[in-house]
Design a protein around this ligand. Structure first.
Ligand SMILES: *Cc1c(COP(=O)(O)O)cnc(C)c1O
Length: 405
């Protein structure tokens, strides 16, 4: 996608706007599956919480992807987008037994991440195939908010509790078909990931009826030129070899599963916003845009650094800006950021806006959520209209007596 395409889409569909490049999603999918082409049975479960627009789900389904859902509503969206129940995995954290039972009854593979629910579910439904989420206590790196495998993490069943886990499985005679780990975002050190994989293999040796091993995700994507990223090809070479050797030892071709979110959609996304005001203060120049953390919360929530370009005047001389939103609270997208000189009315493009951007948007300040457009074969397709006043009122119930007050 080029800057001029983005400008044209903002003119056509208005701003702020989310744009997703279909070709990038497709090429990332291909890159991942190619890296693991030596594995007999490979399955990709797209972690749909990253970006759950049904058009994106359809696109990935055409690529051959399956889904990873973390709520019953995500499961329902996946079914609505055309996935069959056996193409969906349910990997929630801390949800009720009732929700797990309901999803399981739909024919979706469930993944249980604590011993309490495991024991209750196994006692009631011993014949239902279950996957268990292990916490290998490996710090995969990155940001404390998104590292989920370490010792104090709430996710998964600690590997140190394996004896207890095995006892529950033996007592209930439940059917464990898969083992899962998800060590969190930002795998930078492949050796650390392989070390976590060994812990998963060790856990797997305790179960005789396995069908798959799920290595989760956490692939780091680049945010700017020359940024560090997970070397997928190297991971593919090393893990495939180790995985195939384990299958031989286990005596069965297990399915290798990944559940990437960011890797598939992050770089495909662009968030476009217009500059309402350029404000010079004693310390900086603010560029205030027609958006805020209601539309893109990641910079404020966990400090993610989205690259920002002035796509209206990409060639102008660069200056330093603080890019801020219109929310009545501090909402800074970037501090002291070098951007081509900004005039009021210019369009800014935020990169890496595919994952955890629209899906975390809210109506704070009673603003509408933006529209979403899919750029496919050189054309923009509207895949979500922006909201209207009716959307803000939906489900609100006015007091009947208000008029009399
Ligand atoms: C969020 C999540 C993912 C996706 O993580 P990314 O860093 O976006 O690839 C995968 N698996 C589980 C269980 C998750 O909760």
């Amino acid at each position: 996608m080029q800057a001029k395409d983005l400008v044209q889409l903002a003119e056509q569909f208005g701003s702020p706007l989310y744009v997703y490049d279909a070709a990038k999603i497709q090429s990332q999918y291909k890159r991942l599956t190619s890296a693991f082409s030596k594995v007999e049975k490979l399955r990709i479960n797209y972690a749909m919480k990253a970006l759950s627009n049904i058009a994106i789900l359809q696109l990935l389904r055409e690529c051959g992807s399956c889904l990873d859902a973390v709520s019953i509503q995500e499961v329902q969206l996946g079914l609505h987008a055309g996935y069959s129940p056996d193409q969906i995995f349910f990997t929630p954290n801390g949800v009720s037994l009732e929700e797990i039972e309901e999803v399981s009854s739909m024919g979706v593979q469930i993944n249980i991440d604590n011993l309490s629910i495991l024991e209750q579910f196994g006692t009631k439904h011993p014949s239902v195939p279950v996957c268990i989420r292990i916490n290998p206590h490996v710090m995969a790196g990155g940001n404390a908010n998104i590292s989920v495998g370490h010792i104090d993490s709430k996710f998964g069943i600690s590997v140190h509790q394996l004896p207890h886990l095995v006892r529950i499985v033996e007592n209930t005679k439940m059917n464990i078909v898969g083992i899962h780990m998800h060590t969190g975002s930002d795998i930078l050190d492949i050796e650390v990931f392989l070390y976590a994989a060994e812990i998963l293999f060790d856990a797997a040796r305790n179960f005789k009826n396995l069908e798959f091993l799920d290595f989760g995700s956490g692939f780091k994507v680049p945010y700017k030129k020359d940024d560090i990223e997970t070397d997928i090809e190297e991971l593919g070479r090393k893990l495939s070899k180790r995985f195939n050797a384990f299958c031989k030892e286990y005596g069965k071709d297990l399915t290798l599963i990944f559940e990437p979110g960011k890797f598939l959609v992050s770089e495909a996304g662009y968030f476009l916003a217009k500059v309402n005001v350029v404000k010079q203060t004693t310390s900086t120049v603010f560029a205030g845009i027609d958006s805020g953390f209601n539309h893109l919360i990641r910079p404020m929530f966990y400090g993610s650094q989205h690259h920002i370009e002035n796509i209206s005047h990409p060639k102008a001389k660069e200056r330093f800006y603080s890019v801020v939103g219109y929310i009545c609270e501090t909402d800074t997208f970037a501090n002291n950021r070098k951007i081509a000189e900004i005039n009021e009315g210019d369009l800014l493009s935020f990169r890496n806006a595919g994952a955890y951007c629209f899906s975390m948007a809210s109506n704070y300040n009673s603003r509408y959520k933006p529209a979403e457009v899919l750029w496919l074969n050189g054309e923009g397709h509207l895949i979500r209209s922006h909201e209207t006043f009716e959307d803000l009122l939906r489900n609100q119930i006015p007091l009947p007596i208000v008029a009399a007050v």
